[in-house]
Design a protein around this ligand. Structure first.
Ligand SMILES: [Zn+2]
Length: 323
């Protein structure tokens, strides 16, 4: 892959990405439900205004780039996100992939090579089109591929997604980032499958690894070469920030500073956990949490400016460019 990275406001050299949040969501929705069971808290114009306000505040805190991992299955709408990228000074990167941790829509089971309706693999077509041409008829290209597995492990349908993702990675060089279930040590199965499919594990982020308190598990994932996502700061219903900080410091002590990525997995609006729920149950689960609370705390634990730059600037750039 070239060192030029596609963003929603044009290509930039990897060196210009700056401070980057590698795993976030701007707007998580569901086009079918939005039409047939609209959410009481969803008001597109109001959400766009709020998103613009929050993104501009992030820019003022020093966030330069956000990777929006909202892929199909989570209601990706690239035109909406591109509009936010144009309205603010934060750079936004889009992702391709398919969000399911167990079952795919029926379409993908009956269409494709060797399937009832014979033809090319629609998942591979989607991923390649998004990366090489543009998403949903635009010229806005995806910079990264997102895949998921969870408690159910690598189901047949999850394997189908991983297989298409690995092919798209091998053709385009785009990195792969995952949703994993650390409580079942799910990153191992992801690495095993992606490795078997010919993916360079150094171009893979095992997402949500920061929710694990199993140091042996994390060391082994890192030893296979992947990045570890400490990407849910503020998501207290999935684990405490105290544990995330403790595990992060332990991995830094082991010299793994080049394989750690920090982010929040937060959203400006998600119908799954709407703003009223977040305000009551996870009030700091926002994209400013690292800058407002976690990085200052880590500085008191010895995080110096050079190491902070490595975590927030250099590692995201290396993950995205492979350079
Ligand atoms: Zn996520």
């Amino acid at each position: 892959m070239s060192s030029m990275i596609p963003t929603l406001t044009g290509e930039v050299p990897g060196a210009e990405l700056g401070t980057t949040l590698v795993h976030e969501h701007l707007i998580v929705s569901d086009p079918q439900l939005d039409r047939d069971l609209p959410h009481a808290e969803w008001d597109e114009a109001a959400v766009m205004t709020e998103a613009e306000r929050q993104l501009q505040a992030l820019a003022e805190l020093g966030v330069e780039t956000i990777v929006d991992l909202t892929v199909p299955g989570l209601g990706r709408d690239v035109r909406r996100v591109a509009e936010l990228a144009r309205r603010t000074s934060v750079r936004i990167l889009a992702a391709t992939g398919w969000y399911t941790s167990d079952v795919l829509p029926h379409f993908f089971k009956l269409n494709g090579p060797g399937r009832l309706v014979e033809g090319p693999d629609p998942l591979l077509q989607l991923f390649l089109g998004d990366i090489q041409e543009g998403i949903a008829g635009t010229d806005l290209r995806a910079a990264i591929i997102k895949v998921c597995s969870d408690r159910a492990g690598i189901t047949d349908d999850v394997a189908q997604v991983f297989t298409a993702a690995a092919q798209a990675h091998r053709i385009t060089g785009a990195p792969i980032t995952t949703h994993s279930d650390p409580s079942s040590r799910g990153g191992f199965d992801q690495q095993k499958l992606l490795g078997r499919l010919g993916v360079d594990l150094a171009r893979v982020v095992i997402g949500h690894s920061g929710d694990s308190t199993d140091l042996g598990y994390l060391r082994e994932l890192a030893a296979a070469g992947s990045f570890l996502g400490f990407d849910r700061f503020g998501m207290i219903h999935a684990g405490s920030d105290e544990n995330r900080i403790r595990m992060l410091l332990a991995l830094l002590d082991l010299g793994l500073q080049d394989q750690l990525l920090l982010s929040h997995d937060a959203a400006i609006f998600s119908r799954i956990t709407p703003p009223s729920w977040r305000a009551a149950h996870a009030p700091h689960w926002r994209m400013d949490h690292l800058h407002r609370r976690i990085l200052p705390r880590l500085r008191t634990e010895g995080l110096d400016p050079a190491l902070e730059r490595r975590l927030m600037v250099d590692n995201p750039r290396r993950m995205l460019t492979g350079a």
